[in-house]
Design a binder for this molecule. Sequence first.
Ligand code: ADP
Ligand code: MG
Ligand code: ZN
Length: 626
Amino acid sequence: MEEKEKKNKNNNEKQKNYQNFIIIAIVVLAAMLAINMMLDRVRDSRRQEISYDTFIKWLDEDKIDQVLITSDMLEITLASEAESSLPITYYTGIAEDADTLGKRLDDSGVSFKRQVVQSSSMLYTVLLYYILPSVFMIGMVFLLMRSVKGGGVMGVGKSTAKMYMQKDTGVTFRDVAGQEESKESLREIVDFLHTPAKYTRIGAKLPKGALLVGPPGTGKTLLARAVAGEANVPFYSLSGSDFVEMFVGVGASRVRDLFRKAQETAPCIIFIDELDAIGKSRDSRYGGNDEREQTLNQLLSEMDGFDSSKGIIVLAATNRPEILDKAILRPGRFDRRIIVEKPDLKGRVDILKVHARHVNMDETVDFDEIAKATSGAVGSDLANIINEAALLAVKNGRSAVNQSDLFESVEVVIAGKAKKDRILSAKERKIVSYHEVGHALVAALQKNTEPVQKITIVPRTMGSLGYVMQVPEEEKYLMSKVEMEEELATMLGGRAAEALVFDSVTTGASNDIERATQIARAMVTQYGMTDTFGLMSLETVEERYLSGRAVLNCGEETAAKIDKEVMAILKTAYDRAFSLLSENRECLDKIAAFLIERETITGKEFMEIFENVRDADKAGPSVEAE
Ligand code: ADP
Ligand code: MG
Ligand code: ZN
């Protein structure tokens, strides 16, 4: 095994040297050509054509110092310029036969000579004007191709440069937190790689491939590596895009190569990341491509061809399962589908713990809290949060990460870094402050909303000027209509506060409006929450694991009705937010003033003011009545 790796490396080095040599050669040739061209230019500028008449006239006037007779012209140097270092050469065609010309020159006493055509200079000319430019052109084209496609022409048919073989991935299931169901299905594959005989003895056909499906960052690549680590077998990994080359047939030969190599080292795992790059459906809906189809066909036939009892498993990962070709998914190929979902609360806690293993944490750290604040985050986000927190701790000169570092980094990952140098004017601060408190207050005034964790008006690099962080008390999988309506009111609370207090509105609510509209639309078209349409499905969701874009599937008339319905829902929500805020104007003013002063306030501080004002309100009228 090691031998082989070394050999690979050597090969790579050789190839690299060879490439370097070619590049240098091309540069040198290009430089030579350029210099030659420059010299030609200079020479040309010192040459001038004259008529034969003028030549005769000069001859008669004794102006000429020297004449060079070449095969088809006369090159003339004037006496007046003979001494200068760069004399102008005049030239003219030959208009009389050699004998009379010779005589004429003899008579006038001008020194002249005939030039013999030298074969070496012919060679030089051919080399300079024909071969060099073509070599240069070939070189350019070659370089261009190389830069277009990493592998390039020389790599045709050989995938040595791209294939990535690891003897030991160093990752095990312990490194993958949560994802218990996925791990369960994969454990079987591990067992099979360990002892294939156990299965073949009974006569069971072994699975050939499994497809990991899920949103980006949920740990699909990590899981595949963990399988190899657990089974302690070599791991061949290639990304789908590596197969798709500029030349038709290259991808197919890579696939062939990959399977051949893998068979030599079985048992092993072949992992094809981002399978959708080659596995796209061959129908024309998503755009056809000869090269990709050939590669796909090759992959299919290789998967049918290899003998699974030897212990080769093909794993693949994708986040767009819906565009895969049906042929890929049929039994005997990637017949197992392992869904890798976004982690739930417990999963998030576990992932945080896995990544915190090698980071110093002090006793204030509570992963439950962080996990609650990050609903919807995937594994890579959480890994990132831990790392950001560690960086923050270092920046603040501490030797361990504490809870506030973690919360700060949650914000960094979700909203971007605090933008310290952006200074809002006093007026803008006031508006932003009222806007954010508007959100928070509407949330607090309703029953089914998530508690406010923090309000801030520190601008963030990702564009927000401030925000309200709400953290649910527990993980929720279902949302009721009432909850959605209250959430809409909360989202529009920012704008409502601006309108109420300043009697004018700003651009600050654009993101709120976008999100609110999305929710309202989904209520109408996907969740059947309106009387008008009842339970009719009007939108389907495409690319569930990526953007989750919704596509309308109804007539134009219905679409217009949907828009009206959405508008009505949004209007109701806004009116509700507006009236809640105007009923609690005192509270709004007090909290906004406090926020302007502090820039960031915690949920607790917020609730204290909120409850104080409320108690005072309750007491207020009765005092007056006395
Ligand atoms: P995917 O291939 O699904 O897009 P990756 O496997 O590349 O995601 O995950 C990216 C990174 O996120 C991993 O290297 C790991 O650090 C972290 N990560 C993701 N999911 C998990 C998990 N379940 N447990 C631990 N770490 C995870
Ligand atoms: Mg991946
Ligand atoms: Zn807002």
